[in-house]
Design a protein around this ligand. Structure first.
Ligand code: FAD
Length: 395
């Protein structure tokens, strides 16, 4: 049995998935979080597990691996998975302009070539699948492998399973700095004293850059704000995850100004989630009326019948954004002992279990299930330039 001591920094979905994967494999795992389980971005977003929005490339491969793993992981989690609300309902991407239709068809063709199931829908099939959808549609593609979870429920279920497998969780513990010996990270500084281990996994989401900086190595992870509106519970209105074809452009864009696109899905409780926005405004968490109204306007273009419904609340969170739109997964060559599992931007819920699998495979030096090199830490997009000195300290 592997009794390597690993500290996972962050109890969001990424930290929870890594903790579970490592604890089940026999690692001695401690999860540290300055707040609580699923207290940050993981409870401030949506829970879509998408292959539909990813073009061919490494992120799609990670999404396909994760999609394959989700049912296996949840089956292994067993009774702890009650709050996960796993719903493999499929996704429908809808274009509403001639140009959008052309782009959607081309995109789906490239995805099919990469092994994604993407089925063109005619208007009758679309009406049967989504009777309340706008008549203004020019093309639609059905993605049977898109699914949904309740993200905080999923994170806490993964964490509970990690604890069952022997992991420990300490909340209210902020990582403040590093203890480095012989050039190697040997412990984390916290207000309660140093926490020693053999390896440390930085899974601090949008704060991973700050955590890395405190540990002495810059990492360019930035917050990208997103907001969602929540309706009161409705009679069945939206049956799949439905989004407009612009969404893929908004995801792929790095623009800092406001981007919105309609992403609409129902939840098990009957509320419909209307998302979402993308803005780069640092950690400014103010809800902006103009952002919420832009989201609502786009959602109504897809589902005009939502016009009369009650919005009971709105919330937002910070996606962990990397300028090249790829997560950061692997050892930090600048500081042996430090690993990163972060930068999943708007896809961390979906990608969590595949990320955890790669982290375990990399930590054990095994062959990785997919090529992990595109996610490596030492790529120009993630190596910040304002490197503070890494000072050698004794604890
Ligand atoms: C509006 C919106 C919609 C989204 N929709 C989807 C979606 O449909 N599907 C999808 O897959 N993804 C979606 N996402 C993205 C997804 O939510 C994130 O990618 C994911 O939650 C990131 O998880 P994480 O564990 O990396 O970060 P977090 O959940 O933020 O967890 C990081 C943890 O680190 C802790 N931490 C930070 N600093 C320290 C420190 N110094 N010491 C100790 N602990 C620390 C924090 O307290 C926190 O608990 C959405 C995001 C938003 C904002």
């Amino acid at each position: 049995m592997n009794r390597t001591r690993v500290v996972v920094i962050g109890a969001g979905i990424i930290g929870a998935a890594c903790a579970r994967e490592l604890a089940v494999a026999g690692f001695d795992v401690l999860v540290l979080d300055r707040a609580g389980a699923a207290a940050a971005t993981t409870s401030h977003g949506e829970g879509n597990i998408l292959v539909s929005d990813k073009g061919p490339g490494p992120e799609l491969e990670l999404a396909q691996l994760s999609r394959q793993l989700w049912p296996e992981v949840l089956a292994a989690v067993g009774e702890n998975s009650a709050g996960v609300e796993w719903d493999p309902k499929g996704g429908i991407v809808v274009a509403t302009t001639a140009e959008g239709a052309e782009g959607l068809r081309r995109f789906a063709d490239t995805q099919r070539a990469a092994g994604v199931r993407a089925e063109a829908m005619d208007s009758d099939a679309l009406t049967a699948a989504e009777p309340f959808l706008t008549e203004r549609r020019t093309a639609a593609v059905y993605y049977p492998d898109d699914a949904q979870v309740q993200p905080a429920g999923a994170a806490t279920a993964l964490l509970a399973d990690a604890l069952r497998a022997g992991a420990r969780l300490r909340t209210g513990r902020e990582v403040r700095g590093a203890v480095v010996r012989g050039g190697r990270l040997t412990a984390l500084r916290t207000a309660d004293g140093p926490v020693a281990a053999d390896a440390f996994v930085n899974a601090a989401g949008p704060w991973s850059g700050e955590v890395a900086r405190r540990l002495g190595v810059p990492l360019d992870i930035r917050p990208r704000r997103g907001e969602v509106l929540v309706t009161t519970p409705l009679p069945p209105t939206v049956f799949h995850k439905v989004y407009d074809a612009d969404y893929v452009g908004a995801v792929g864009s790095g623009a800092g100004d406001l981007q919105t696109s309609a992403v609409v899905e129902s939840t098990r409780a009957g509320s419909v989630l209307l998302g979402s926005s993308r803005r780069r405004v640092g950690f400014d968490d103010r809800l902006r009326p103009e952002v919420l109204s832009a989201i609502a306007a786009k959602a109504l273009r897809l589902f005009p019948s939502l016009a009369g419904v009650h919005v009971m609340r709105a919330y937002g969170g910070f996606r962990p954004y990397v300028p090249d739109h790829l997560p950061v997964i692997g050892a930090d060559p600048r500081l042996p002992g430090l690993w990163h599992a972060t930068g999943h931007e708007g896809a961390g819920i979906g990608l969590s279990v595949g990320t955890a699998r790669l982290v375990r495979e990399l930590l054990t030096g095994s062959q990785t299930t997919i090529d992990a090199s595109p996610f490596r830490v030492d790529r120009p997009a993630v190596l910040g330039t304002d490197a503070p000195d890494v000072s050698e300290e004794e604890s």
